[in-house]
Design a protein around this ligand. Structure first.
Ligand code: GLU
Length: 400
């Protein structure tokens, strides 16, 4: 008998984390690697949030919290949804978990039966696919194109829906493309959803505060579809709190209760101290908070710089991101080219070529369902970004 279950043997490793681990290993071995692989703000957590965490320890918030989160945190999250998104939720509709990834995992476990279809507009964030596969759901990929800013249309969604479709999963601002859905586009998607009974939407809004074009739009704002929407958010990206591992959902009560039940068997609850820190983060108004506004400004400046530098590299197709901190350029014009005995056949070859030849870590587009592209995170300093892009340009020019 095999030691490991089929379930885990069939699961792919997270490529974002794997490429980051490789970059770390090479750095530890003395190589001058610049990592544009993981999506992690290079800012520190705001001081006010750190103070709240220190106080939580001093106040002895060191015991098991309630499974779905402390009452004051749930209240603070409800208030955040009212203030930032115009959405009304009750505390029992909120479940706080150990990162948005756990929130999504639990949600899929609670909604998807084996054989149920889950529509995933492609490119998608790397973990959606494996989370659905572990639940024995069937991923239905709907390919979007760079020419359409990588956005799925209502017509495409309608065409992909069958009587077995249970869930649609997408992120806006998008990881990996940085594109945002407008209110009109979300309305058109909502129109499709309401026409089909028992179809739900997982709206991943973790990059909400990193938006360069204006107001964040939630699909849950439309009353006729709100009961079918599970909004996922967290503090990792917008508040530079990746290590604190706090994510949450706002969901119809029956779904929130199910996720909470599962969480009770898995983690009991998420870290008490991180929860108290998150109460403070939720109180930060994104329209006035200097921490949030400054991070967004810096990301926008970097985006503009990287866009210019990417456009100077021959053969790339680049879409100007409107949010998050990623570029997802199409590098496929280099496929079939060689350097020494190395041929670049796909995005994995390209990511490894750039890692070995340019000492720049990226993530292969295949991890996000689009083998024509690679993903670059620009959540790092301007100097490092400039140098990384210089190295990439030089390495790509060697391909003949
Ligand atoms: N979400 C980030 C990324 O896409 C962090 C790593 C991960 O969890 O995938 O890079």
């Amino acid at each position: 008998m095999e030691i490991l279950s089929n379930r885990i043997q069939n699961m792919a490793e997270s490529e974002t984390l794997a490429m980051t681990a490789k970059a770390r290993e090479l750095k530890a071995a003395g190589k001058d690697v610049i990592s544009l692989s993981i999506g992690e703000p290079d800012f520190n957590t705001p001081d006010t949030v750190k103070e709240a965490a220190k106080k939580a320890i001093d106040d002895n918030f060191t015991h098991y919290p309630p499974v779905g989160g402390y009452a004051d945190l749930k209240e603070a999250i409800c208030e955040k949804f009212r203030r930032d998104n115009g959405l009304d939720y009750k505390p029992e509709q909120i479940v706080v978990s150990t990162g948005a990834k756990q929130s999504i995992y639990q949600l899929v476990q609670c909604l998807v039966n084996p054989g149920d279809e889950v529509i995933i507009p492609t490119p998608f964030w790397v973990s959606y696919k494996e989370i659905v596969r572990v639940a024995e759901g069937k991923c239905v990929y709907v390919q979007t194109q760079i020419e359409n800013n990588f956005k799925v249309t209502a017509e495409q969604l309608e065409a992909a829906i069958t009587p077995r479709t249970k869930l649609i999963m997408f992120s806006s601002p998008s990881n990996p493309t940085g594109m945002l859905y407008t209110k009109e586009e979300l309305r058109a998607i909502a129109d499709v959803v309401v026409r089909h009974d028992n179809l739900f939407v997982m709206a991943d809004e973790i990059y909400e505060h990193i938006n360069f074009v204006g107001r964040h739009e939630s699909i849950a704002q439309f009353a006729d579809v709100k009961e079918r929407v599970i909004t996922v958010n967290g503090v990792a990206k917008g508040f530079a709190m990746t290590g604190w591992r706090i994510g949450f959902i706002a969901a119809p009560t029956v779904i929130a209760k199910a996720c909470q039940k599962l969480q009770g068997q898995v983690t009991s609850a998420t870290c008490s101290i991180a929860q108290k820190a998150t109460v403070r983060a939720m109180q930060m108004d994104p329209t006035t908070s200097a921490d949030i506004l400054n991070m967004r400004k810096v990301f926008q400046e970097r985006r503009d710089m990287v866009y210019k530098l990417l456009c100077e590299i021959p053969g790339l197709k680049v879409c100007m991101p409107q949010g998050a901190f990623y570029f997802f350029p199409d590098v496929s014009s280099y496929y079939g080219k060689h350097f020494g005995d190395k041929t670049i056949a796909n995005s994995t070859d390209m990511a490894f070529y750039l890692l070995n030849e340019a000492n720049v870590a990226t993530v292969m587009g295949s991890a996000f369902g689009d083998d024509r592209c690679i993903r670059l995170s620009y959540a790092t300093s301007e100097d490092l970004l400039r140098e990384a892009l210089r190295r990439m340009k030089e390495a790509l020019a060697k391909l003949k």
